[in-house]
Design a protein around this ligand. Structure first.
Ligand code: GDP
Ligand code: GDP
Length: 492
C-alpha cells in the first residue's frame, strides 16, 4: 500500500516538501481552471440520451467536510452553494454532471440540523438511503480532521454496501496533507482519494474512479465523442477550398448531404478518406460556389467562425503560389482562438517552383512562427497530388488534441524538468512549481500550481518541453499557472 494513499493518478509530490503556507491560502486565476466540463443546460446532451437511464452518484458525509464544494466541482458550476455555517439544512438536490463525455446524476445528500445527539444516527441513515438510491456512493471525509466517530458510523454502514463506494479524503490542499489522506485507510473503505475540493486538486482522478465505478454510462451522443470526426475546411477566397472538396468527394454520388430545413442552414459533407469517414462541416457555400459580390471577407470570416464552432480540426488552405497574406493570418488566428486542432495545407503545389519553395519557407518562418506545431502538407487540389496525406495529418492532429497525460506521469516528468532547469529567480525568490495536472483535453490544457509568478520565457520553455516529450503535433496546448497567494504563514 502506498504511503501517500493516493492513486497512481493523484499528483505525487513535486515540491521538495518545504511548503510553508497555511492551508487557507487561495489560488489566483481560479477562473482559468477549466477541468470541469460544464453540464449546464441540456443543449450539449444528445437527443435520445434521455431515454437511457443515467446512473446516479450519491455524495454522503458528515456536515462541513466539503460535500457541497465537491459537488460544485463535479457539476462545474461557479455559483457556490457552500455555506460557511456548518450543518445548514438543505433539501436533497440532484444535478446533471458530465465528465469525459459521460453523463451521470449527482445527488447531494445535503446537510443536517446540528443536532449533536442525533447526528450519528441520522448520518448513518442517510448513508443507508444513499446506497439504495444510487449506483455508487461517494463518501467525503475531512482529512485534515481525520476519521471521527461519525465518519466511522457512516463507514460501518457503507462497508455493507452492494454498490461501489469511493472514499474521498478532502481538504488535502498540499503535499503535507497526503499523509492525512493515507490515514483514512483505517475506515475500511479501500483506497482514499486525496482531493482538495476547494482548489480542484485530485478531483479529476476521483471522477475517473467514479466513471469506473458507475455502470456503463450513456455516451454523450452529440459531441466530439461519437460519429465521424468533424473537419472545417478554411482559407481565404480562391485558395482552392471548393476544388479540394470536389477532389475529395470525386463523384458527388458518394457524398451524403445533411440537408436541414432551410437553405441558409449549414450543410455538411461526409467524405471517405483513407478508409475512414470524415464530416466536413458547413460546406454548403463551398459546394454551391456562392459568391457574394460585396462584403465577401466579412462573410468568409463568419463562415470560418461557424465552421470552427462545429469542427474538431481545421484544414487551413494557403495558396502557395502567392505570398502569405494578412487574410491567411486571420484565419489561422481564428483557429488558434477556437482551440481546435490544425492542419495547414499548402495548396497549388503544382505551380510552385524551386525558388518559390525557398520563399515559402521564409514566409512561414516570418508569418506563421506561432503555429510551428501545426501539421503541414503540400497538396494540389486540382491534380490531387499530396491529397492522400490529408487523412494521416488529420489523425495525428486529432490524436494530439485528444491526448491526456496521467497526473502521475505528468508530475514525474515535471519533477525531472524542474530539477534540471529550475525556474529563474525573481526578486531574490525562486518560485516553486508544486504540482501540475492536465485539467482538460481538446485541446490539452495544463494547470501548474506554483508559489510565485512564472515568467513568460519559462512558461514557453515548459510548453516547448511538453510538446517535445509528449508530442502534441497539430494541436494547440494551453498552460495555465495558478499562484498560491502567500498569507498567514504557518497558520496551523
Ligand atoms: P458540506 O457541509 O459537507 O457540504 O461542506 P461545505 O462544502 O459546505 O464545506 C465546508 C467548509 O469547508 C467550507 O468553508 C469550505 O470552504 C471548506 N472546504 C471545502 N473543501 C475544502 C478543501 O478542499 N480544502 C479546504 N481547506 N477547505 C475546504
Ligand atoms: P475557393 O474560393 O477557396 O473555394 O477556391 P476554388 O476552389 O474556387 O479555387 C479558386 C481557383 O484556384 C480556381 O480557379 C481553381 O481552379 C484554382 N485552384 C484550386 N486549387 C488549385 C491547385 O491545386 N492548383 C492550381 N493550379 N489551381 C488551383
Amino acid at each position: 500500500m502506498s504511503e501517500s494513499g493516493g492513486t497512481d493518478g493523484a499528483a505525487p509530490p513535486v515540491s521538495d516538501g518545504t511548503w510553508t503556507e497555511g492551508p487557507d491560502g487561495t489560488w489566483t486565476d481560479e477562473s482559468e481552471f477549466t477541468g470541469w466540463e460544464e453540464a449546464d443546460g441540456d443543449s450539449d446532451l444528445g437527443d435520445g440520451a434521455d431515454t437511457v437511464p443515467v446512473p446516479t452518484l450519491a455524495v454522503v458525509g458528515r456536515p462541513n467536510v466539503g460535500k457541497s464544494t465537491l459537488v460544485n466541482r463535479i457539476i462545474g458550476r461557479r455559483e457556490a452553494v457552500v455555506q460557511d455555517t456548518p450543518g445548514v439544512t438543505r433539501d436533497r438536490v440532484s444535478y446533471d454532471a458530465l465528465w469525459r463525455g459521460r453523463r451521470f446524476t449527482v445527488v447531494d445528500t445535503g446537510g443536517w440540523e446540528p443536532d449533536a445527539q442525533g447526528l450519528q444516527a441520522e448520518v448513518a441513515a442517510q448513508a443507508d438511503r444513499a446506497m439504495r438510491i444510487s449506483d455508487a456512493v461517494m463518501v467525503v471525509v475531512d482529512a485534515s480532521v481525520g476519521a471521527t466517530t461519525t465518519d466511522e458510523a457512516i463507514a460501518k454502514v457503507l462497508r455493507r454496501s452492494k454498490v461501489p463506494v469511493i472514499l474521498v479524503a478532502n481538504k488535502v490542499d498540499d503535499e503535507r496533507a497526503m499523509a492525512d489522506a493515507a490515514a483514512l485507510w483505517s475506515l475500511g473503505l479501500g483506497e482514499p482519494y486525496p482531493v482538495s475540493a476547494l482548489h480542484g486538486r485530485g478531483s479529476g482522478d476521483v471522477l475517473d474512479a467514479v466513471l469506473d465505478a458507475l455502470p456503463a454510462t450513456p455516451e454523450q451522443t452529440f459531441g466530439p465523442i461519437s460519429g465521424p470526426r468533424r473537419v472545417a475546411l478554411l482559407g481565404k477566397p480562391n485558395v482552392g477550398k471548393s476544388s479540394l472538396l470536389n477532389k475529395l468527394t470525386g463523384d458527388t454520388r458518394s457524398v451524403v448531404h445533411h440537408e436541414a430545413g432551410t437553405t441558409t442552414d449549414p450543410v455538411d459533407s461526409l467524405v471517405e478518406m483513407d478508409g475512414q469517414t470524415w464530416r466536413f462541416v458547413d460546406t454548403a457555400g463551398l459546394r454551391r460556389r456562392v459568391r457574394t459580390a460585396s462584403g465577401t471577407e466579412f462573410f468568409a470570416s463568419l463562415r470560418t467562425q461557424a465552421a470552427l464552432e462545429a469542427a474538431e480540426v481545421a484544414v487551413v488552405l494557403i495558396d502557395s503560389a502567392e505570398p502569405i497574406t494578412e487574410q491567411d493570418q486571420r484565419v489561422i488566428t481564428f483557429v488558434i482562438e477556437s482551440g481546435r486542432a490544425l492542419v495547414i495545407a499548402m495548396n497549388k503545389a503544382d505551380v510552385v517552383d524551386a525558388d518559390r519553395r525557398i520563399e515559402i519557407e521564409r514566409e512561414m518562418e516570418r508569418d506563421l512562427a506561432r503555429v510551428t506545431w501545426a501539421s503541414r502538407i503540400n497538396i494540389s487540389a486540382t491534380t490531387g497530388r499530396g491529397v492522400l496525406r490529408l487523412a494521416p495529418a488529420l489523425r495525428t492532429a486529432l490524436a494530439s488534441w485528444d491526448r491526456r497525460i496521467p497526473t502521475g506521469r505528468l508530475n514525474s516528468w515535471l519533477g525531472e524538468l524542474l530539477a534540471a532547469t529550475p525556474p529563474p529567480v525573481r526578486g531574490g525568490k525562486q518560485p516553486r512549481v508544486l504540482f501540475a495536472t492536465q485539467a482538460a483535453n481538446r485541446p490539452p490544457t495544463f494547470v501548474l500550481f506554483t508559489t510565485g509568478f512564472l515568467e513568460a520565457g519559462y512558461r514557453r520553455f515548459i510548453e516547448r518541453r511538453l510538446r517535445e516529450d509528449f508530442d502534441f503535433t497539430g494541436s494547440p496546448i494551453r498552460v495555465n499557472v495558478r499562484v498560491r497567494e502567500k498569507r498567514d504563514h504557518r497558520k496551523r
